[in-house]
Design a protein around this ligand. Structure first.
Ligand SMILES: [Zn+2]
Ligand SMILES: [Zn+2]
Length: 243
């Protein structure tokens, strides 16, 4: 089982690093071609922010891939819920359910991390970037990952989700998380603002600018319900969509 874990850890790390590097470079290229109009903040990232974030992300992805590799290994060894039978309907249902459960996990875990004693020790690192870049997504401490990203280890005990569906969710989370830190609002549709629950890039960018708002990751439901959504979010996104 240990050898199996090491093997999956290696595969998951290779996959996540490949996404991090390739998508990161693609987003940098795309942003260079876009005008200042699409840029969310006027401020530029500070010198050294990118180097620090890349270094920390390559470390942090070791933890994320360990969680995911451990979930695959444990499920193959018979631990956790028995996954639903494979098939498009079951897989699609589990994928959507996993998005909703993780979004809830992320919202409350993230709010906990903003509690002052935990914030200073664990989460302040992620907020060193006030103007985030695509490289900031995984710039987290080990304990931060233990609180937020441990979902990808424990999901097999929460939902009857098959490991490949959980991996698909992690890929989706990695891609949307990186785009969500890119600093540019590309082409936000109406589904990203009230009454719809999806998110534009502005959502998490505002979290880095203002700290005490927009805590969720996939949907805006929890922030709207708990009154933590930035009051300018919908209007800012609408303004971007009219450009
Ligand atoms: Zn935060
Ligand atoms: Zn962030």
């Amino acid at each position: 089982m240990v050898l199996q874990l090491l093997e999956y850890w290696f595969y998951c790390y290779s996959m996540l690093v490949a996404i991090y590097v390739l998508l990161g470079l693609a987003v940098v290229q795309l942003n260079r071609r876009l005008g200042q109009q699409k840029k969310i903040q006027r401020r530029e990232p500070r010198a050294g922010d990118v180097r620090r974030d890349v270094r920390q992300s390559l470390l942090s992805l070791l933890t994320l891939s360990l969680f995911l590799g451990a979930a695959i290994t444990l499920q193959q060894a018979g631990y956790g819920w028995r996954p639903l039978a494979p098939g498009w309907l079951n897989n699609g249902l589990m994928f959507l359910l996993s998005l909703v459960v993780f979004d809830t996990w992320f919202y409350w875990g993230h709010r906990l991390l903003h509690w002052r004693p935990l914030y200073r020790r664990i989460h302040a690192w992620h907020h060193r970037s006030v103007t985030p870049t695509v490289w900031s997504n995984n710039s987290d401490t080990f304990l931060d990952n233990c609180i937020i990203q441990s979902y990808f280890l424990l999901a097999i005990f929460i939902l009857p989700i098959a490991a490949p569906v959980l991996v698909a969710h992690k890929i989706f989370d990695q891609v949307t998380g990186m785009v969500g830190h890119s600093g540019y609002e590309y082409s936000p549709g109406p589904l990203s603002r009230f009454p719809w629950p999806l998110l534009g890039v502005t959502f998490h960018d505002q979290h880095h600018q203002k700290f005490h708002c927009n805590y969720a990751t996939h949907f805006s439901w929890w922030d709207r319900l708990m009154g933590t959504l930035d009051p300018d979010y919908d209007s800012k996104l609408k303004a971007f969509s009219q450009q």
